[in-house]
Design a protein around this ligand. Structure first.
Ligand code: NAD
Length: 437
């Protein structure tokens, strides 16, 4: 099939590569000239394990090309996927400017009937608005489909090659058949392709992200209670996670969810619910609690240093919003870092892959260390923000020699408090019994 992907970001490049890998002819289009120029030279714009190899193989075999020309991408394809940003507007709703503007442009370039698919996360009713744009242009029949994306950064390629499910929102039987044909190679193990109406598909995406955000937030709030009553959230996680109705995933307490999706999607669903006279109060609480949770480590730091943070040196391990990605959009690290900088703290950071992105935001305000241990030099404390695997095993004896004072704030509960304390460190976790509060 001839496909074009409009918006070659985290979602677009991965999906484009996967569709090419199953034998389709794919044009990945973007307005960012530098990104397309680099992709043409084989430079992949994001860190995503395994992606480079798939992109290069398909470029070499001629199934994947890159372009900045929307007209070319539209004219040459039967199915057009929009993988455009839908960032948060000031009032919390999803900003649909990119999706709507590009839909209008596509309508102007139509040369035959097409299928236009939104992989962008869009609120209920957006597909209908897009359909009206194409109907008003009146030239050719355009079927508009909601096909929300569920890939996770860090495992995006595997998620796309072997998705848990595919959601196709269309009321048109023929369109559903074309979409099913396109996705069949990815679900050969029997995972479902679920065809539903457009509105249900749009809402499914928000429901999934909001539910996961709620699960994390429940554990974070419970962890804070654990500190008050002297319980350990890690035991509770194990205790409840073994119940299959609850499940083991997304029960890890930490410093709040972040990233380019959960915060904005929770806020957008809150807006949708309020606009439809049915405020989802449970999500309002989730959003509020999460904002507070991002400050938890800073509060602990401030208490530890008796309010005197000015002039201290703090090592921060991890800037990315989660491991295996270089994405720092809306990462909890940003809340901690900005509080520390405001207090006049010297911040020494290390992240295995996210430092180039951090430099674009923080410039010379941070000290960037080549290794995790280099960031500890003369530090008054270490804060672990992102649970990269390489941070999991500590050489506590060496660390003590690098640091000015042996204090660890474990924002992801990845260490055994007793082991760390036995080595002479002061340990703070999130809702841990033997750590300090
Ligand atoms: P992104 O910011 O990484 O990529 C978007 C790309 O679109 C950028 O390269 C940008 O240059 C390009 N673009 C902007 N305007 C354009 C235009 N007019 N024409 C062509 N290209 C244009 O965004 P992303 O993370 O890939 O997310 C895209 C959508 O997918 C969002 O709605 C997001 O919520 C959703 N989503 C993201 C993820 C994720 O993990 N990143 C997962 C599931 C769903």
């Amino acid at each position: 099939m001839k496909i074009s992907i409009i918006g070659t970001g985290y979602v677009g490049i991965v999906q484009g590569a996967c569709f090419a890998d199953t034998g389709n002819s794919v044009i990945c289009m973007d307005i960012d000239k530098k990104k397309i120029h680099n992709l043409k030279k084989g430079i992949i714009p994001i860190y995503e394990p395994g992606l480079e190899e798939v992109v290069k193989r398909n470029v070499k075999d001629g199934r994947l090309v890159f372009s900045t020309n929307l007209k070319f991408a539209v004219e040459k394809s039967q199915v057009i996927f929009l993988c455009l940003p839908t960032p948060q507007s000031e009032d919390g709703s999803a900003d649909l400017t990119h999706v709507m503007e590009v839909s209008k442009e596509i309508a102007g370039h139509l040369n035959e009937a097409k299928i236009v698919v939104s992989k962008s996360t869009v609120p209920v009713g957006t597909i209908e608005k897009m359909r009206q744009i194409f109907e008003n242009s009146g030239k050719y029949n355009v079927q508009v489909v909601s096909n929300p994306e569920f890939l996770k950064e860090g495992s995006a390629l595997q998620d796309s090659l072997r998705p848990d499910r595919i959601i196709i929102g269309t009321s048109d039987k023929k369109t559903a058949e074309v979409m099913t044909e396109l996705y069949e190679p990815f679900v050969r193990t029997g995972n479902p392709i679920i065809v539903m109406d457009e509105k249900s598909a749009e809402l499914t995406k928000y429901a999934a992200n909001s539910f996961l955000a709620m699960k994390i937030t429940f554990m974070n709030d419970l962890a804070n209670l654990c500190e008050k009553v002297g319980a350990d959230v890690e035991w509770i996680r194990k205790g409840i996670g073994s119940d299959p109705r609850i499940g083991k995933n997304f029960l890890f307490a930490g410093i709040g969810y972040g990233g380019s999706c959960f915060p904005k999607d929770v806020k957008a669903l809150i807006r949708t619910s309020a606009n439809n006279a049915h405020p989802l109060r449970i999500l309002e609480a989730v959003d509020r609690i999460n904002e507070d949770q991002k400050k938890v480590i800073f509060t602990k730091l401030k208490k530890h240093f008796a309010g005197k943070l000015k002039g201290k040196t703090i090592a921060v391990w991890g800037i990315a919003f989660k491991p295996q990605t270089d994405d720092i959009r809306d990462a909890p690290s940003s809340v901690l870092i900005s509080h520390l900088l405001n207090e006049g703290v010297t911040v020494q950071v290390h992240d295995p892959v996210a430092m180039p992105n951090a430099k674009k935001i923080y410039g010379t305000q941070l000290h960037y260390s080549k290794s995790a241990y280099a960031a500890l030099k003369d530090a008054d404390a270490l804060v672990v923000v992102t649970e990269w695997n390489e941070f999991r095993k500590l050489d506590l004896r060496s660390m003590k020699t690098f640091m000015k004072t042996p204090v660890i704030f474990d924002g992801r509960n990845i260490y055994d408090p007793k082991e760390v304390q036995d080595a002479g460190f002061i340990y703070y976790g999130i809702g841990r019994k033997s750590g300090k509060e």
